[in-house]
Design a protein around this ligand. Structure first.
Ligand SMILES: NC(=O)c1ccc[n+]([C@@H]2O[C@H](COP(=O)([O-])OP(=O)(O)OC[C@H]3O[C@@H](n4cnc5c(N)ncnc54)[C@H](O)[C@@H]3O)[C@@H](O)[C@H]2O)c1
Length: 436
């Protein structure tokens, strides 16, 4: 039996041992999905705290209940920091971060480090699938050569797959199983393995012709969002100058049953994907002599948003006879989007920084982020402010940055002196509310 047939058989029988490398927002739900589908699963991570939490059946991601983890652990899900266990795996799925470097260039070192750690444990019969978002060519440049250097023949005795992750934390409508998954392989044999692997746990699998096509597909999805958000943020500024409510305009336009997709303005881009991924393509495109101007322009508009919001706040306070310097400002919601606990790249945090830089006394309230987290660029020694009539009255301004469902917006409106709303939560015109 060929290596491919043997692996396909194990996948079909759900006896293939699945190793998930990187147990973050992407890797953990995927590990749970494979485990719940009946596969033996081992999670590998360099972070011992995550491994310990899993072993104890605890969750470290707000949207994933501990009970779900405890059940999977009871059913055999394991986690480890010892990469030698990769030797016992039939499939290794890599879900490590792909951030930007200092000069907004791709930092693919997490992928290279992972491959270097896996290399001594790779052997014939295994498949390696990369899920991290990255520029077209990464899998061929960083995964294939390591497998070859381990003495393997990708496509013959081992299999190389790229399948972009489409996790949307906090989405109530779609989950890992129901989000269609694009898959690709280095060779037709690799692609067949990819289809068998993901079809075992995901309802709809979409095979594409090459690794680079799949890598580019993910980037197109996120670039599409970044650019449309940039457009609507620019429209917001125009509408504001003209005294028009942009949210009313979007709602009206969205009644068109064809040819219009609503995007909503906000305080800027956040999260691990939309502010970062477009620059992966920008960087790679330069190698081909192409300047991705749309991406650059959307980046410029979106990255100006926190500053614009702070300017609107300054003007709103000024209207009320107050200077920003010395004013007490409460930022509502510091996660990058509603109903999640993830603060990575959150524009709310940049807004806090800008406010503080200009002399405001800053506090925040976010029921999902009880203490201000450790961040690379920003440091605030703060804990969430409990929202009471008393505490709200103590602020000159409440700046609504992230519209968690947990907030009682009527109560906040009742007790706040001034609200700067960056999310269009307060639609009725009200002298206390300034839209930004
Ligand atoms: N978060 C999302 O919603 C989302 C959605 C789609 C795609 N993605 C992409 O998926 C990838 C992972 O993102 P994430 O949000 O899960 O990141 P994350 O930071 O939540 O998790 C990454 C995990 O990898 C671990 N790690 C880092 N280096 C490692 C190494 N050398 N070996 C093993 N583990 C290592 C970290 O400790 C962490 O637990 C990124 O490429 C991201 O762009 C993320």
């Amino acid at each position: 039996m060929s290596s491919q047939q043997a692996l396909l058989q194990k996948l079909k029988g759900k006896t293939a041992r699945i190793g998930i490398v990187g147990l973050g927002y992407v890797g953990l739900p995927l590990a749970l999905r494979f485990s719940e589908a009946g596969f033996p699963v081992l999670g590998l991570d360099i972070d011992p705290d995550k491994v310990k939490a899993l072993a104890a059946g605890k969750s470290y991601i707000a949207q994933i209940p501990a009970a779900r983890i405890a059940k999977a652990v009871g059913g055999g899900l394991r986690a480890s920091v010892d990469f030698s266990a990769a030797r016992d795996m039939d499939v290794l799925i890599i879900c490590v971060p792909t951030p930007l470097g200092k000069h907004r260039e791709p930092d693919v070192s997490f992928i290279s480090d992972t491959m270097a750690a896996l290399k001594p444990h790779l052997h014939a019969g295994q498949a390696v699938s990369l899920e991290s978002t990255t520029y077209p060519g990464t899998t061929e440049e960083l995964v294939v050569p390591v497998m070859q250097a381990a003495g393997l023949k990708p496509g013959v005795d081992c299999f190389v797959v790229y399948s972009p992750e489409r996790e949307d934390p906090g989405n109530q409508k779609f989950n890992t199983q129901t989000i269609p998954k694009v898959v690709s392989g280095l060779t037709p044999a690799c692609r067949e393995v990819a289809v068998a692997l993901y079809s075992a746990v995901i309802d709809k699998v979409v095979p594409v012709s090459s690794l680079r096509t799949a890598e580019m597909t993910k980037l197109l999805e996120n670039i599409h969002r970044a650019i449309n958000i940039g457009l609507v943020n620019e429209m917001k500024i125009v509408a504001d100058r003209m005294g028009i409510d942009i949210h009313e305009v979007i709602d009206a336009a969205a009644t068109k049953p064809f040819g219009f997709v609503p995007y909503y303005p906000g305080p800027g881009l956040g999260g691990h994907c939309i502010p970062i991924d477009p620059f992966y393509l920008t960087w790679k495109a330069l190698e081909y002599g192409v300047d991705t101007r749309f991406i650059r322009l959307a980046g410029e508009v979106n990255s100006r948003m926190p500053e614009w919001v702070v300017d609107k706040t300054t003007a709103a306070l000024n209207e009320r006879g107050k200077a920003l310097k010395g004013s007490r400002v409460l930022v509502l919601g510091i996660a990058y989007k509603k109903n999640v606990d993830d603060t990575r790249e959150s524009p709310a945090v940049e807004i806090m920084h800008l406010l503080e830089q200009r002399g405001a006394v800053v506090a925040y309230s976010d029921p999902l982020v009880p203490r201000f987290p450790k961040m690379r660029e920003y440091h605030f020694d703060l804990a969430t402010t409990l929202l009471t009539a008393e505490s709200l009255k103590g602020f000159d301004c409440v700046l609504l940055a992230t519209q968690h469902d947990a907030f009682d917006y009527t109560f906040i409106l009742q007790h706040a002196a001034l609200i700067v709303d960056t999310r269009g939560v307060y639609r009725e015109s009200n002298p206390k509310v300034v839209k930004a």
